[in-house]
Write a protein that binds this ligand. Structure first.
Ligand code: IMP
Ligand code: MG
Length: 197
């Protein structure tokens, strides 16, 4: 991360330990036919790490909901634009995964779609990060790996800004200006948007 002013909030070791502990808590709750559904694309890194730590045999399918676009605050009600196969959800226990629970609309809508439109037997909601500071709806996750109390805009480990930085192996907070735009590092002006590290 060379383009914007930032500070590291969670390092790789923190992520690993938290995901390991979460897997141990979840394992006993996953019984019967389970389908894991990461919300694309933010939940990919978290899902890959968590699911490989679960002893349960499970199916994997995907759901995509979009709400942020290119901004640092949610712009609209999330809309599903990629759906799982109906037979992977109807009557099944769904382990629904997302990178972060922020305003709450994304997870709430995803859970609603799986229960009401697809007839899931039950939906266990699990997020990597719980960020209660900006919650706008009454939605809590059944479990989460870590909670962050401050209202920061985060990138890395699946979290993006304008589609970038999901592949950072740790999580950083971007410093925002009064308009909510990330502050550029003067020295980095003109660097390629994609340069990481
Ligand atoms: P919400 O709970 O409806 O606000 O939305 C959660 C979704 O917004 C997540 O799936 C993320 O993709 C995105 N999001 C929320 N907070 C952040 C953040 O701090 N950085 C990057 N993306 C975020
Ligand atoms: Mg996102």
């Amino acid at each position: 991360m060379r383009r914007y002013r930032h500070r590291v909030v969670l390092g790789q070791k923190d992520l690993d330990l938290a995901v390991k502990a979460l897997a141990a808590r979840l394992a006993p709750r996953l019984v019967g036919e389970v389908t894991a559904i990461p919300i694309l694309g933010g939940a990919m890194m978290f899902a890959a790490d968590l699911l490989r730590r679960l002893p349960t045999s499970l199916r994997l399918d995907f759901l995509r909901l979009q709400s942020y676009g290119d901004h640092t605050r949610p712009q609209q009600v999330p809309m599903a634009d990629w759906l799982p196969q109906a037979r992977h959800v109807a009557g099944k226990t769904v382990l629904l995964l997302d990178d972060i629970l922020d305003a709450g609309r994304t997870l709430q809508e995803a859970k609603r779609v799986l229960l009401e439109d697809f007839g899931a037997a039950q939906v266990l909601t699990t997020v990597f990060l719980d960020k209660p500071a900006r919650r706008q709806v009454a939605m809590e996750a059944d479990d989460f790996a870590l909670r962050i109390e401050e209202d920061a805009f985060l990138v890395g480990y699946g979290l993006d800004y304008r589609g970038l930085y999901r592949n950072l192996p740790y999580i950083v907070a971007l410093e925002l200006d009064a308009q909510g735009q990330p502050v550029e590092l003067e020295a980095a002006a003109g660097l390629d948007e994609g340069s990481l590290g």
